[in-house]
Design a protein around this ligand. Structure first.
Ligand code: KG4
Ligand code: ZN
Length: 339
């Protein structure tokens, strides 16, 4: 019997301090997340310096808890896998320097992981049979990408956003509606009682880039609509605004993802990132995929938003492919996918 490979994942690229232990790249033994949302909520968004300071305070405890609840010690771990980009530089450095110290002290390999590759890998956790190739729609607070996943370490970007990320648009529109950070879940909830066809917001196309996205025009259209209502002394129906905005985002995401899958001859779409937790997006994609004979894979919401299990999973695939990072590993805030 070959020995099980346990990877420790560490994630600190934004406002979640997280650590997890994963067996053979698929089985989550522990997944500990210490969220800073309650702190950043007070400021309406993530304050980078506060995020770094909170990571430094919590990271050792989070790792200790991840090992303990998996029932293992550092001696059982085959590789320390850490997000080294993209993300907030100070936040990333907290995870990277901790991972380096642990790998060095324990004499085990260090494996740097791309945060977006981690989000994509979250799909392997609950879908034991899922293997590349597939198309992945990555929609998070900082990223909107359509990625052709040709192998566990082979990514080709088919399209990405030219301005705001989908999650960023959710957060900004939520703020304009007076909803608290993070805006995505708040809009998701409010939209359930609104009419998604009440207001016709734009579905942006990007000239010359079929699978490119643009959400800043949509965000401005919502802000203009709200300002217009205020000037006319009309009370905007927040639920209708939330539902109509959300529908505009969903229409673009669903159309481009299914079109890209069909054109590439693929029959499988996976979704990833915080916005992939959106209930209406999941329902709309499911509908469209059913109509087109495409299999859809969605991680549970806890594996859509930032977590370290996904980092331990992608770290495993990097590790078995022979990828190792040196002790000079640094944080790369704008790390490119497939570079
Ligand atoms: O993947 P993630 O946790 O962090 C990044 O890597 O950016 O994504 C966070 C983003 C935030 O913009 C948040 O508002 C959005 O995901 N989000 C959602 C939902 N849950 C989280 N957006 C729409 N609907 C949701 N249910
Ligand atoms: Zn993320």
């Amino acid at each position: 019997m070959p020995k099980d490979i346990l990877t420790l994942g560490i994630e600190s690229s934004c406002d979640e301090t997280a650590a997890a232990v994963v067996k053979n790249g698929r089985e989550v033994l522990s997944n500990i997340i210490s969220s800073q949302i309650d702190i950043h909520k007070l400021y309406g968004g993530v304050v980078p310096e506060i995020a770094s300071r909170k990571h430094i305070e919590r990271i050792n405890y989070v790792i200790e808890e991840a090992l303990a609840s998996a029932g293992v010690t550092l001696n059982d771990i085959c590789a320390v896998c850490v997000t080294y980009g993209p993300g907030l530089v100070g936040a990333l450095l907290a995870g990277v320097s901790t991972a380096k110290a642990m790998a060095y002290a324990a004499g085990i390999p260090l494996v740097g992981v791309h945060h977006i590759e981690g989000h994509i890998a979250a799909n392997y956790i609950e879908h034991g049979t899922l293997e590349p190739p597939f198309l992945c729609l990555v929609v998070s607070g900082g990223h909107t990408h359509l990625v052709q996943v040709n192998g566990y370490n082979d990514f080709v970007v088919a399209g990405c956003t030219h301005d705001d990320a989908a999650g960023e648009a959710f957060d900004k529109v939520a703020r304009a509606l007076g909803l608290s950070y993070p805006g995505g879940p708040a809009i998701d909830r409010l939209a359930r009682s609104g009419n998604p066809h009440a207001i016709e917001f734009p579905r942006a196309k990007v000239d010359g880039d079929k699978y490119g996205f643009s959400f800043s025009g949509l965000k401005s259209a919502v802000l203009n609509y709200l300002n217009g209502c205020e000037m006319k002394n009309i009370e905007a129906d927040s639920a209708d605004v939330a539902a109509s905005f959300q529908q505009a985002v969903i229409d673009v995401l669903v159309n481009k993802a299914t079109d890209a899958a069909i054109k590439s001859g693929g029959d499988c779409i996976a979704i990833a990132g915080g916005v992939a937790a959106n209930s209406a997006l999941r329902a709309a994609l499911e509908d469209e995929c059913n109509k087109n004979g495409i299999r859809l894979y969605c991680p549970s919401p806890v594996y859509c938003t930032d977590n370290a299990a996904m980092i331990a999973v992608q770290g495993y695939y990097n590790f078995i492919a022979g990828k190792r990072s040196g002790l000079d590993l640094n944080a790369v805030p704008n790390l490119k996918l497939g570079a």
